[in-house]
Design a protein around this ligand. Structure first.
Ligand SMILES: N[C@@H](CCC(=O)N[C@@H](CS)C(=O)NCC(=O)O)C(=O)O
Length: 249
């Protein structure tokens, strides 16, 4: 089993203010996306583990960071509030560092935004529901139907992305350069293969997506991010669930 490096104590000014990013997360949760971004940016950050087995994300202390009680949260030096929502964090970081996204004046900006919002509002959202159908549908007798319907929707979503990759010149979603939407997509591809619907969706029907995942798996920053999350093997093309405690719950 991979050992996750111990959480590093937060760097604080004398007045208690943060001096660098502080990411709250648990192994292989949505913090994976933010961690990949921070590693790609080469930014220093502290990591605060949140124990999902004891539902620490629902504690009053954590809810002060994110009232929804959801992971991840990113605390940012100089910001007047902690950030939550993975898509918002990606957009914030790409703007702040002017990296991993087309700038506001770029002709690709609109394409970037629409896929970022698609991933956040639709694909990731559908995946979350498919992992926890019980939370959304109390009637147990209909769980299978609900789950199958979601898997179909998720599969159709990956086909939209495949079509975009086919026409975009690749290997990435916006063309030749990696952007933060590729990182978000990679995490969704990973989770779709191993959590909730295990084995019902895979990369076999999406060759461009497969190539993108192979390309991303070779990036040292992403390998490091995955290693820090306790992820072993090929994280996107042949994912296996993380065995560390606190992954689900
Ligand atoms: N829309 C949120 C979703 C975050 C989310 O679903 N986080 C999951 C982990 S991947 C979580 O906190 N689950 C614990 C729970 O539902 O209590 C985002 O994009 O950040």
């Amino acid at each position: 089993m991979t050992q996750i490096p111990a959480a590093v104590g937060p760097k604080l000014e004398e007045n208690g203010a943060l001096t660098r990013y502080r990411l709250h997360g648990s192994p292989d949760s949505a913090n994976l996306v933010v961690r990949m971004m921070l590693e790609e940016l080469g930014e220093a950050y502290d990591y605060v583990p949140v124990d999902r087995l004891t539902s620490q994300q629902k504690s009053p202390a954590y809810r002060k960071l994110n009232p929804q009680g959801l992971i991840p949260v990113l605390e940012v030096p100089g910001q007047d509030a902690p950030l939550f929502e993975t898509g918002a964090i990606l957009l914030f970081l790409s703007d702040r560092h002017a990296q991993l996204a087309p700038g506001a004046a770029s002709p690709a900006r609109g394409r970037f935004l629409k896929w970022l919002f698609y991933l956040s509002n639709t694909l990731h959202s559908d995946l979350r529901i498919s992992f926890k159908v019980k939370r959304y549908l109390p009637d147990q007798s209909r769980h299978q139907l609900f789950s199958d319907t979601l898997i179909e929707r998720i599969g159709a979503g990956f086909q939209f992305l495949e079509a975009e990759l086919e026409t975009g010149g690749g290997p990435c979603l916006l063309g030749k350069d990696v952007s933060c939407v590729d990182l978000y997509l990679a995490a969704c591809v990973r989770w779709a293969q191993i959590y909730g619907n295990s084995g019902k969706w895979n990369l076999a029907g999406t060759p461009c997506l497969q190539k993108l995942m192979e390309f991303l798996e070779k990036r040292p920053a992403l390998r490091l991010a995955c290693q820090k999350e306790g992820i072993e093997g090929l994280p996107f093309t042949r994912p296996v669930p993380v065995t560390l405690p606190g992954v689900t719950g």
